[in-house]
Design a protein around this ligand. Structure first.
Ligand code: PAF
Length: 322
C-alpha cells in the first residue's frame, strides 16, 4: 500500500470505519530534464497542483528529474513512466511528423511559435503521436536556442566552421550545423557538461533559461544570440494511463496541462528578460548583434533538403501562420 493509501486507511480507521475499503490513490510520474527551478519545473508544478486539487487527492503527481530526454520518451512509450515534459529534441525519432517544428528560423518570435503550435496545424501534429504509442497532450516551450562555445566569438556563419558543437539527438538540427561547416556531435543533455569540460566538444546551443539554470557559463566563455531555432516543448503521456481515467478526470488532466503551459511559457518569458544580463554578470562574452539573414543564407542547402524530406505543406503553414 502506498504511503498516501495507508494514511487514508488510518483516517478511516480513526473514524471507526476500519472495515470500509481505503480510498484508492493513483500515482502519475512525470519526468523532465531540468532543475526544479526552471521553466519545465514550473510547468510540472502547475500541473501537479491543478490535477491533485481537481481530483481531491485520488491522484498524486510525482515529479522527477531525468536529464536524458530520449530515455524518458522510451519509458513513457513502454509505460514505466506516465508522462514526459521536455523538448522536441529526440521526439522526431519516435514520431517523425514532429521534425517539421525543429527547422531553423521557422518561427519569427515567441508569439508566432506559440500561436502556430496552439492552432489547428499544431494540433494536427499532436494527433500523429497516437499511432506511435504516445499521446502528445499539449505544446510547451523550451525557447529560442543560442550558440555558446569556448573557442572564439561567433559573429558570422564563417565563425562556426570547424567548431565541434553538441546538438540534441535531432537530425534536423544536425543537418543545419553540418551545413554551416560545424561538426555536430549528438548526445543526451546528461553528457553535455563532461563533454565540454573534457573538450570532446567546443560548444553547444540551448535557450537562455537552460544556459542560466545549468550554469553553462562555468564551461563556456562565448555566447552569440543566434536564435537559430525555436525549441518547442511537449507534454507527452502514456495512452493507457489516460484511457484508464474517467472522462471527468481526463478533462481535469487537460485543464492541468493548460495550467502547465501557462506557467511554463510565463517562466520562459521571465527568464529570457533577465537571463542575458545574468550571463554577462557571470562573465560570459555576449554577441547580441547577429546578422540573421547571413545565417539563413548560409543554411540554403539545408532548407532545400527540409522541403524535400519533411512535410512541405505543414512547414509552409507553420511558417506563414499569422
Ligand atoms: O539541449 C537539450 O537537450 C534540451 O534543450 C534540454 C536542455 C534537455 C531541455 O529540453
Amino acid at each position: 500500500m502506498s504511503i498516501a493509501r495507508r494514511a487514508a486507511f488510518a483516517l478511516l480507521a480513526a473514524a471507526g470505519l476500519a472495515g470500509t475499503p481505503a480510498l484508492a490513490q493513483t500515482t502519475i510520474t512525470i519526468q523532465h530534464p531540468l532543475p526544479t527551478n526552471s521553466h519545465y519545473g514550473a510547468g510540472a508544478a502547475a500541473l501537479k497542483e491543478s490535477f491533485e486539487r481537481a481530483t481531491g487527492g485520488r491522484y498524486r503527481v510525482n515529479i522527477q528529474r531525468n536529464d536524458n530526454e530520449r530515455e524518458i520518451v522510451e519509458s513513457v512509450q513502454i509505460g514505466t513512466v506516465e508522462c514526459y515534459i521536455g523538448s522536441t529534441g529526440p521526439v522526431g525519432n519516435f514520431v517523425p511528423a514532429v521534425r517539421v517544428v525543429d527547422v531553423p528560423f521557422l518561427f519569427r518570435d515567441y508569439a508566432h511559435a506559440r500561436g502556430a503550435l496552439d492552432s489547428e496545424v499544431g494540433q494536427q501534429i499532436l494527433a500523429q503521436f497516437q499511432p506511435r504509442g504516445l499521446v502528445g497532450v499539449i505544446w510547451l516551450e523550451n525557447g529560442f536556442r543560442h550558440l555558446t562555445n569556448s573557442r572564439r566569438e561567433v559573429n558570422a556563419p564563417a565563425d562556426v566552421r570547424g567548431l565541434k558543437v553538441r546538438t540534441m539527438e535531432n537530425q534536423v538540427h544536425m543537418r543545419a550545423f553540418s551545413t554551416l561547416g560545424a561538426l555536430p556531435t549528438p548526445m543526451a543533455f546528461s553528457e553535455l557538461v563532461p563533454a565540454l569540460q573534457q573538450g570532446t566538444v567546443d560548444g553547444q546551443e540551448n535557450p537562455i533559461p537552460v544556459i542560466v539554470a545549468n550554469n553553462l557559463n562555468q564551461v563556456q566563455r562565448y555566447l552569440t544570440l543566434t536564435g537559430h531555432v525555436y525549441s518547442p516543448g511537449l507534454l507527452i503521456c502514456n495512452p493507457a494511463m489516460l484511457q484508464a481515467m474517467t472522462p471527468a478526470d481526463r478533462a481535469a488532466f487537460m485543464e492541468a496541462a493548460r495550467a502547465a503551459q501557462r506557467a511554463n511559457r510565463e517562466r520562459v518569458s521571465a527568464d529570457e528578460a533577465s537571463g542575458v544580463d545574468e550571463l554577462r554578470r557571470r562573465g560570459m562574452q555576449v554577441v547580441t548583434q547577429v546578422d540573421t539573414a547571413a545565417f539563413q543564407a548560409a543554411l540554403a542547402a539545408a532548407f532545400a533538403q527540409y522541403e524535400r524530406e519533411l512535410d512541405a505543406a505543414t512547414l509552409r503553414r507553420l511558417r506563414d501562420w499569422q
